[in-house]
Design a binder for this molecule. Structure first.
Ligand code: NAD
Ligand code: WQD
Length: 343
């Protein structure tokens, strides 16, 4: 008998990779996703990666639908929930705060209410380093000031606080909020990766787009930051390392009750230009780029202090920037026939 793990948003970028890691770790993922930013085909490919004979169990639906969640919990014994479902664009959240609070905060409230009704009290929540806002120093510890600069970041912080209050109120809850830094890359098989609808904003998807088109050029947002090469520094962490971090966190929940927060990063910073060079080397061609103006709201540099996660769970990120670039490029290339057909 394997343990069932309900994965909300499991068809998305990090969720689909985590489904693979869950199967590989001997768990059974059950996915609920409204497919607002995903394709159910990702779950077919996730099953293919794990060579499962069975398709992944999937409900198309919204976490704000409490009746649906009640049906899911009534149908399957669920050991724990990994909650990815949510909206994640900082810029969009500034333009559409109601939609972001509704999906991210109301969605989480609906989920924990249904868990409470069903007597399921183990939860891993997808938080974000964005809760730190513009950190004053790096590496950034979990105890650093929490000053999110967008409705998206606020929504993550609200949910973290809700979960802390829940664990204080009821000792049955075991909760880990994982603050991801910059998840990037793809599964090494080339079967799973980040789906970008429209124009990508995040650096690795932009690099993939630029490298696969003769006409595109990367605009480096600012070359005059107080960093070694003048470009911003971030902590890029491979999505499979992030996925495996959830397995480590799930095991950690068995250690005891309460709500904890953990940074999920590599613990080292990489500049935009360093990433551009690594990407060029991974795809074997020059990546056309030019330094442009700074992007509003960007912090110069931050990376994670990963000691708390390592000490509590033993997890550390194992993959390199070269792995991130190579795997993202393989995924991009596997998308080309589909993109060409859609054009
Ligand atoms: P994603 O958009 O690829 O995945 C989110 C999934 O949730 C999608 O499949 C979407 O269809 C689904 N979803 C959204 N709202 C839903 C709802 N109300 N009900 C059911 N399903 C819903 O995003 P991702 O990159 O995989 O991120 C997963 C989580 O991690 C998000 O909560 C995000 O905020 C958080 N996070 C992501 C990053 C990142 O850089 N990717 C960084 C920090 C935190
Ligand atoms: C990385 C660096 C850009 C595109 C965001 C969210 C954060 C989290 C992760 C969800 C920056 C530079 C980018 C381009 C560039 N997500 N860049 N040219 O902003 O660190 O973090 O994703 O929780 O909340 O804010 O990631 O990938 O957008 O940018 O020069 O075309 O790449 O300026 O320095 P960011 P990013």
């Amino acid at each position: 008998m394997t343990l069932n793990i309900l994965v909300t948003g499991g068809a998305g970028f990090i969720g689909s990779h985590t489904c693979v890691a869950l199967v590989e770790a001997g768990f059974t993922p059950l996915v609920v996703d409204n497919l607002c930013n995903a394709d159910a085909d990702a779950l077919v490919r996730a099953a293919e990666v794990t060579r499962s004979r069975q398709p992944l169990v999937f409900w198309r639906g919204d976490v704000r639908d409490g009746a649906l969640l009640d049906r899911i919990f009534a149908t399957y014994p669920v050991h724990a929930v990994v909650h990815f479902a949510g909206l994640k664009s900082v810029g969009e959240s500034v333009a559409q705060p109601i939609g972001y609070y509704d999906c991210n905060v109301q969605g989480s409230l609906s989920l924990v209410s249904a868990m409470q009704r069903a007597g399921v009290h183990r939860l891993i929540f997808s938080s974000s380093a964005t809760v730190y806002g513009q950190p004053e120093r790096s590496p950034v510890c979990e105890t650093a000031a929490l000053q999110p600069c967008s409705p998206y970041g606020q929504s993550k912080l609200f949910v973290e606080r809700l979960l802390t209050d829940l664990a204080h109120a009821d000792a049955r809850w075991r909760i880990a909020s994982l603050r991801y830094f910059n998840p990037a890359g793809a599964h090494p098989s080339g079967l799973l990766g980040e789906r970008t609808s429209g124009t990508p904003n995040n650096l690795v998807p932009v690099l993939c787009k630029v490298a696969s088109s003769a006409s595109e050029k990367l605009t480096v947002h600012g070359g005059d930051y107080p960093t070694p090469d003048g470009t911003c520094v971030r902590d890029y962490v491979h999505v499979m390392d992030v996925a495996e971090g959830h397995i480590a966190a799930l095991r950690h929940l068995e250690a005891g009750a309460g709500a904890s927060t953990f940074n999920l990063g590599v613990g080292r910073g990489t500049s935009v230009l360093e990433l551009v060079r690594a990407f060029a080397s991974a795809c074997g061609m020059e990546v056309r780029h030019a330094i442009g103006p700074r992007r509003a709201g960007d912090a110069a540099a931050y990376w994670a202090d990963v000691e708390r996660m390592r000490t509590a769970t033993g997890w550390i990120a194992r993959r390199t920037i070269a792995d991130i670039c190579g795997d993202a490029w393989r995924w991009q290339q596997s998308q080309q026939p589909a993109l060409a057909a859609a054009a």
